[in-house]
Design a protein around this ligand. Structure first.
Ligand code: PHE
Length: 343
């Protein structure tokens, strides 16, 4: 066989092989004891003396080249996933799917609610989750003996919260302390919404969690009246639950508002007729509200004769549960994708 012809064709010949067995056959054919190259070497003694050395070198060079090509091909065939030739790429294999992320339903509802208020001119302000006893209670006109100050209703950072000082640190039990922070820092007119986490040592069940989310809102200015509170909350509730819901203000008590009211909407499921979702009452409570108590203004250095204001606070989980018909608060915190993907 002609050395030049082998040199030219050996590359493609090896490239076309599809298995290790075929490669081994080729190796035997060229490099084996009775192979092509052995035959070429064996023909050297028959050559003219001057030609022998050059011929011998060519045969050696060819032998090295074939050995190298076989080694390379062997690696490719042995590691098919690395893909040397196009045929070995599995085009039927599913690719890596990058699913777009999305916002948690509580984040979505929080943003939706805040947007309703910012469209009416409210600013969004956040406060810390670790609060002072003053901001969480005292400044809000909540007296020392009030049950909500007990350790079974509030998480204190130190166990000796009954020591004779009122400025222990705690995990805020509502977003109302941000009223104190904002009013201490700014002068009226104010229109603010405060989204954030709050904490209460409640046993976890379908409607309670030791941590949940609230949105506080308040306005302070001259001549703010209860009718302003009613108008704004009615606008808000209709934006969230639809124009045809009914709303009612039920007298209530909060130490930091006077008068105070709890706000109910007509049951979104039975339309105020009474069903199991609303406990046959036809109404569902959605928030607490009232006119800011003069004592709160005194604590922050506002003149209660000059200014008036209203405040309200709602639970985000509650609004989201009503809006989407969710019956267990724990679903929000379990991070089960089957739940989260629905929003
Ligand atoms: N802070 C109250 C609560 O957590 C809600 C509230 C806020 C009531 C503002 C009146 C005014 O229950």
């Amino acid at each position: 066989m002609d050395i030049e012809a082998i040199k030219i064709n050996i590359g493609t010949e090896i490239q076309d092989l599809a298995s290790l067995e075929a490669l081994e056959e080729l190796r035997v054919k060229y490099l084996g004891r009775k192979g092509v190259l052995a035959e070429l070497t064996g023909s050297i003694p028959g050559l003219p003396v001057e030609a022998r050395a050059a011929f011998g070198q060519s045969v050696n060079a060819l032998k090295n080249k074939i050995t190298l090509l076989i080694e390379e091909k062997k690696k490719l065939l042995a590691a098919p996933a690395a893909g040397g030739s196009a045929e070995r790429v599995d085009i039927g294999m599913p690719g890596i799917v990058h699913e777009p992320g999305r916002l948690h339903p509580l984040t979505q509802v929080t943003r939706e609610i805040c947007a309703i208020f910012t469209r009416m001119g409210f600013s969004i302000i956040e406060g810390p989750e670790i609060e002072t006893e003053f901001n969480n209670f005292t400044g809000l006109n909540i007296p020392l003996e009030h049950p909500s100050r007990e350790a079974f209703d509030t998480f204190y950072l130190k166990a000796d919260h009954r020591a004779p000082t009122t400025d222990h640190l705690l995990l805020r039990s509502h977003t109302s302390p941000v009223q104190i922070r904002v009013m201490k820092e700014k002068k009226p007119p104010l229109a603010v919404v405060v989204p954030g986490r709050v904490y209460r040592p409640d046993a976890v069940d379908a409607s309670h969690s030791f941590m949940f989310h609230q949105i506080e809102g308040f306005i302070v200015d001259k001549n703010i009246r209860f009718s302003d509170l009613k108008g704004i909350l009615e606008f808000f509730a209709k934006q969230v639950f639809g124009q045809d819901i009914l709303m009612r203000f039920r007298p209530h008590f909060f130490p930091f508002t006077e008068p105070s009211a709890e706000v109910d909407i007509s049951c979104v499921i039975c339309k105020a007729k009474g069903c199991s979702a609303c406990g046959r009452k036809g109404w569902i409570e959605i928030l607490g509200s009232g006119m800011i108590h003069p004592n709160v203004f005194k604590h922050v250095g506002y003149d209660p004769k000059k200014y008036s204001g209203f405040a309200f606070g709602m639970g985000v989980e509650r609004i989201a549960m009503l809006k989407y018909g969710i019956n267990d608060i724990r679903l929000f915190y379990e991070n089960d994708l089957r739940f989260l993907k629905q929003f």
